[in-house]
Design a protein around this ligand. Structure first.
Ligand code: PGA
Length: 247
């Protein structure tokens, strides 16, 4: 793993955006997995700015978001559909038909997850997965567990994950859906390249565990240690608990 540390969260987010732009300019038909959450917001801001300045062309790209809440979909407040529309999709020249987000309102969720997996496969798999990390080590909504699902699946959210998402639901964690659909850990790990972005002191402990601890499904992000092409982009706060040899 290649770990890069920046002085501020904004700088780290801009660096992650630059990595995405680099991939996009080397391969305009990039197939990229995208995260939601607070951490990537400044990264999306940097991507939108780059697009406005003519430095990022999404016209041939395909995106697959990592996850969505069960019960929520396009136009629903609190959905990751809405998050992506307001932070990226409404501001760049990405074809809407190639911007994929799991539909948490699908009448048949089994068909929805199977179709998502098929669409990813037909697109040739992910060239790049851009990831955040949950405070509990989750990737997408692959929550810590004794065993993980390789394929896109339906998941029960852990209480700490529902609390972490309360902000999207008026600060009420009880209003956060109990289930989600998530890209599987196998689908994520098959991405040819990975960029993991983590910022802020609340991530320091889990970043250290994921990057320098043992590989375990109890810390899903630790599985990235086995991936051949990972860039971890951190700010100083998120890097604070890493062993010194990492610098
Ligand atoms: P956060 O979420 O950026 O809001 O901390 C990250 C994640 O859960 O993957």
């Amino acid at each position: 793993m290649h770990v890069v540390v920046y002085t501020t969260a904004t700088r780290a987010a801009s660096a992650a955006a630059s990595l995405v732009i680099g991939h996009l300019s080397r391969k305009p038909e990039l197939v990229v997995g995208l995260p939601t959450g607070n951490t990537p917001i400044p990264m999306y801001r940097a991507l939108v700015r780059a697009h406005v300045n003519g430095r990022a062309d999404f016209s041939r790209a395909t995106t697959f978001n990592l996850d969505e809440f069960v019960g929520l979909g396009k136009g629903d407040a609190g959905s990751y559909h809405s998050f992506m529309a307001s932070h990226l999709f409404d501001h760049v020249n990405l074809a809407r038909g190639r911007a994929h987000v799991l539909d948490g309102r699908a009448a048949d969720w089994r068909e929805e997850i199977a179709a998502y997996e098929r669409r990813i496969r037909r697109s040739g798999g992910l060239d790049l997965a851009v990831l955040g990390i949950g405070g509990n080590g989750h990737l997408g909504f692959n929550e810590p567990a004794e065993a993980l699902e390789a394929q896109t699946h339906r998941v029960t959210l852990r209480p700490e994950t529902r609390r972490a998402n309360a902000q999207l639901f008026g600060g009420r964690w009880q209003a956060v859906p109990t289930h989600a659909l998530s890209m599987g850990i196998g689908t994520i790990l098959r991405a040819r390249s990975v960029v993991l972005l983590a910022t802020g002191p609340a991530k320091a402990r889990i970043v250290a565990r994921a990057l320098s601890g043992r590989v375990s499904t109890r810390v899903p992000a630790s599985l990235l240690q086995a991936h051949p092409d990972v860039v971890v982009v951190l700010d100083r706060d998120a890097a604070a608990a890493l062993p010194a040899r990492r610098f």
